[in-house]
Design a protein around this ligand. Structure first.
Ligand code: NAD
Ligand code: TYD
Length: 335
């Protein structure tokens, strides 16, 4: 099977490529990535020389480049996206362009080239916030941020291409991922690396917001299962079953690093901040998936990974990230 993985130089995409190459000796991968600020070929170190792996540096919004990469492709897995809520509050345009228009370009390519499978990687954030209970795949979408609204737009296009043109689309909606190679703008790698540097961890609002955390390889295993055995036209929620509020996560990271609470800095809340995400994952479990990792163990391992891989994140934090972080706290994106 030859698979076009878009956004494969990002956090989840790179972990997914590693998993596919490890698990499926007969699979070939074309990694199609624009290398935005979040794309990083360091995430794929060690596999560039694999004859089953090829890298194409291009934009999913560029129909010609996408068409040129489609030769012999059996399946598309679309991870490529602008993915950070705070950046979408600062500037939604790139989100609308990549997450909606880019998805359309890939769906058109899937249609023209009759691919066997098109997997759209989406998020639980499209459902919006929920106080009690959990969302199922048939619940209505009520996204809150320009990011989640753009992802919902991509999902809608994928569903429409299935209904209208018979493109064999499947959507996965996962909860918050964490693990190695996550850009240090997201809460877990940001807080780990800030604390390692003796800097404060900026906790939004009262720290009571809840996310359901999934270790990245557990999500990648579920995507692999859906790619091979999922039913076309369906949507699968993928959650770790580890709901945790932000203050508790911060304390777990502090404990793992043997630091104290002085490093917590309360900062103004994110605009439109969703209080809680929660998804019901019985559908993907029926397909045969279950998370393999406990939250506490994988969080500790993740902390250890960032402790042992300064070479990976120091370059980022001294580069693009430094400018972003400064602007973030000067821009008034907080309430
Ligand atoms: P990321 O920001 O780490 O990586 C995104 C990748 O997409 C980067 O390599 C970037 O260069 C590439 N990219 C961006 N725009 C592109 C374009 N126009 N053309 C080609 N490549 C482009 O993101 P991530 O955290 O790995 O998330 C991957 C996918 O999973 C996204 O679709 C995201 O919405 C979804 N998702 C993420 C999470 C999470 O917790 N990180 C949770 C649920 C769903
Ligand atoms: P984030 O990692 O940005 O993921 P998402 O917003 O997509 O869920 O944020 C996770 C939670 O952590 C969210 O409730 C916002 C909060 N948060 C902070 O408190 N401080 C921070 O600096 C960041 C980036 C996030």
């Amino acid at each position: 099977m030859k698979i076009l993985v878009t956004g494969g130089a990002g956090f989840i995409g790179s972990n997914f490529i590693r998993l596919l190459l490890d698990k499926h000796p007969d699979h070939e991968i074309v990694n199609f990535d624009k290398l935005t600020y979040a794309g990083n070929l360091d995430n794929l170190k060690g596999i560039e020389a694999d004859p089953r792996y090829q890298f194409v540096h291009a934009d999913i919004c560029d129909a010609e480049a996408v068409g040129a990469a489609m030769a012999g492709i059996d399946a598309i897995v679309n991870f490529a996206a602008e993915s950070h809520v705070d950046r979408s509050i600062g500037g939604p345009a790139d989100f609308i362009q990549t997450d909606i228009y880019g998805t359309y370009v890939l769906l058109e390519a899937a249609r023209r080239h009759n691919v066997g499978r098109y997997i759209q990687i989406s998020t639980d954030e499209v459902y919006g916030s929920i106080r009690d209970g959990s969302f199922t795949e048939t619940d209505r979408l009520q996204p809150s941020s320009p990011y989640s609204a753009s992802k919902a737009g991509g999902d809608m296009q994928a569903m429409a291409y299935h209904t209208t043109f018979g493109v064999p689309t499947i959507i996965t909606r996962s909860s918050n991922n964490f693990g190695p190679y996550q850009y240090p703008e997201k809460i877990i790698p940001l807080f780990i690396t800030n604390m390692m540097e003796g800097k404060k961890a900026p906790l939004y609002g009262d720290g009571a917001n809840v996310r359901d955390w999934i270790y990245v390889t557990d999500n990648c295993e579920a995507i692999d299962l859906v790619l091979h055995d999922g039913e076309v036209g369906e949507i699968y929620n993928i959650g770790g079953g580890n709901e945790c509020d932000n203050l508790s996560i911060t304390r777990l990271i502090l404990a793992a690093l043997h630091k104290d609470e002085e490093l917590i800095e309360r900062v103004p809340d994110r605009l439109g901040h969703d209080f809680r995400y929660s998804i019901d994952c019985s559908k993907v479990k029926k397909l045969g998936w279950a998370p393999a990792r406990s939250f506490e163990d994988s969080l500790r391992e993740t902390v250890d990974w960032y402790v042992g891989n300064r070479w990976w994140w120091e370059k980022i934090k001294n580069g693009e990230f430094a400018k972003y972080y400064k602007e973030q706290y000067e821009s008034g994106n907080k309430s």
